[in-house]
Design a protein around this ligand. Structure first.
Ligand code: DGL
Length: 277
């Protein structure tokens, strides 16, 4: 059977929202998922630290996993490091970037919003996306670490604090906002889709990049089919010893992983930007 082998990377559990869409479209896929919790949250890292972190991590992982496709399932990283990573490997790399183009194309009010990490919302990459694909569209940008953390906690079975969510989304909830499309520009946020949905007016469309990434993976595999191989078990790896792996395992079962394992990669070389929460 053609069972494509994916290496999926994020700072934490966010990339599971992308893996979920890949599995839906390509059910025979298997995956080695790497949650780089030693460097979590990526949205608080200085750009140079994040770039070096991924450039250091990828070659070793690639060698041990031998994937058909690498997915950098993180907007914070993809808006920064894809060009650099592509110089390090000939394996196809798919990055995840905010779905500003389809949101702007579908917006009638010409007002969309981007909800992402504080790192992503300030990237020049986003300025370029807006200049190219959202001409004449107002783009409200909201950066939040708190929602990243809320998604991490939800997957561990903890309740999501709707007060925090309401505070972060407040600029989008005002009666005089004419924003009609919300782009979830962080892979953690689709894991909170139901909670976000209940706080927004029903006519606001919520868009993420998951299905587009799965379609791109399917295209690449159709153009270059993987070798025939026996199906392998999915693996979920953390880069630092995690204190509560048991708490996470029930949440991971729904994504096709049986248990959590650890890789020892060390922490990134220098510290985080201030402002992590
Ligand atoms: N899931 C990541 C993203 O798509 C980032 C989360 C973090 O800040 O670590 O941007």
């Amino acid at each position: 059977m053609h069972s494509p082998n994916f290496l999926i990377m994020d700072s934490g559990v966010g990339g599971l929202s992308i893996w979920q869409e890949i599995r839906r479209r390509l059910p025979h896929s298997h995956c080695c998922y790497v949650a780089d919790n030693a460097a979590y949250p990526y949205g608080a890292l200085a750009e140079s630290v994040l770039t070096e972190r991924l450039a250091t991590l990828l070659p070793g992982l690639e060698q041990s996993v031998r994937p058909d496709i690498v997915v950098v399932a993180c907007n914070t990283a993809s808006t920064l490091v894809l060009d650099r990573l592509r110089t390090l490997t000939s394996t196809p790399i798919i990055g995840v970037v905010p779905a500003i183009k389809p949101a702007a194309a579908a917006s009638r009010s010409r007002h969309i919003a981007l909800l992402a990490t504080p790192g992503t919302v300030t990237r020049p990459y986003i300025d370029r996306l807006v200049a190219e694909f959202a001409v004449g569209c107002r783009v409200t940008r909201i950066g939040s670490h708190e929602l990243v953390q809320a998604a991490e906690q939800k997957l561990r079975g903890d309740p999501v604090d709707s007060g925090v969510l309401a505070r972060v989304l407040a600029p989008l909830r005002s009666n005089d906002s004419d924003m009609d499309h919300l782009v979830l520009g962080c892979t953690h946020f689709p894991l909170l889709r139901d909670e976000i949905r209940t706080l927004l007016a029903p006519e606001i469309q919520i868009i993420d990049s998951g299905d587009a990434i799965a379609r791109r993976a399917a295209q690449l595999l159709a153009a270059s089919p993987p070798p025939l191989r026996a199906p392998q078990p999915n693996r979920f790896l953390f880069t630092a010893e995690h204190s509560t792996p048991r708490q996470l395992e029930p949440g991971l079962h729904a994504f096709g992983f049986d248990r959590v394992r650890f890789l020892d990669t060390g922490a990134p070389q220098s510290g985080q930007k201030s402002g992590a929460s």
